[in-house]
Design a binder for this molecule. Structure first.
Ligand code: E4P
Length: 219
């Protein structure tokens, strides 16, 4: 499973990239607003830090506007992925951009048939939002399982990767991986919390205490 970080905070991205475990980045208009920075500047900086796919979302809602904005975003760097909403215009733009060699991420996916449409439009990634479905009393993970099962039925024609989004906690990452999602985009805090286990801390403390008793150094 690939790990993307879901943020436009360059300092966070820089720190997480140093782990060597970061495969890509996703942003959205809300995350750009939170950064307080201009989208072109912040996406350029992120692309220079992370060589993997970096999703930048269009703000237009009509096909022509999306295509215009996508052309500008694509000029930022070769690893920019154009993020498009799952609307008729968004999928039309997805199809056109895919034919032109661009990488695309179809976002705001809340049903399996929407994901089927995204794959038919040639999306590189589809982003089903787990947490936002859980928030309204639905089972976000069931959506991931359904999309993975559907795509697996048509391996020759549906090449889209399932990018589990709107992840809120480590169990979402665990369940998305078990369901076979290709990618999880994870908020920085949740990504860092994947390392944590009290028995790791306790075990390390005991090893260090015993090691100190030996009086040895590894040199
Ligand atoms: C996906 O690409 C979105 O940026 C993100 O995962 C949305 O998450 P949220 O529901 O926590 O805002």
């Amino acid at each position: 499973m690939k790990f993307f970080v879901d943020t436009a905070d360059v300092a966070e991205i820089q720190a997480l990239a140093a782990s060597g475990l970061l495969d890509g980045v996703t942003t959205n208009p809300s995350l750009i607003a939170k950064s307080g920075r201009k989208i072109l500047d912040v996406v350029a900086e992120i692309c220079a830090i992370v060589p993997g796919p970096v999703s930048a979302e269009v703000a237009a809602t009509d096909y022509e506007g999306m295509m215009r904005e996508a052309a500008i975003l694509r000029r930022i760097a070769a690893n920019v992925v154009i993020k498009l909403p799952l609307t008729p215009d968004g999928l039309r733009a997805c199809k056109a951009l895919t034919s032109d060699g661009a990488k695309t991420n179809v976002t705001l996916c809340f049903s399996a048939v929407q994901a089927l449409l995204a794959a038919k439009a040639g999306a590189t990634y589809v982003s089903p939002f787990i947490g936002r479905l859980d928030d309204i009393g639905m089972d976000g993970m069931e959506l991931i399982r359904d999309i993975v099962a559907i795509y697996r039925n048509y391996p020759e024609t549906l090449k889209t990767e399932v990018l589990a989004a709107s992840i809120r906690h480590p169990v979402h990452v665990l369940q998305a991986a078990k369901a076979g999602a290709h990618v999880a985009t994870i908020p920085p805090g949740t990504l860092r919390s994947l390392y944590a286990h009290p028995l790791t801390d306790k075990g390390l403390a005991a090893f260090l205490a015993d090691w100190a008793k030996t009086g040895q150094t590894i040199a």
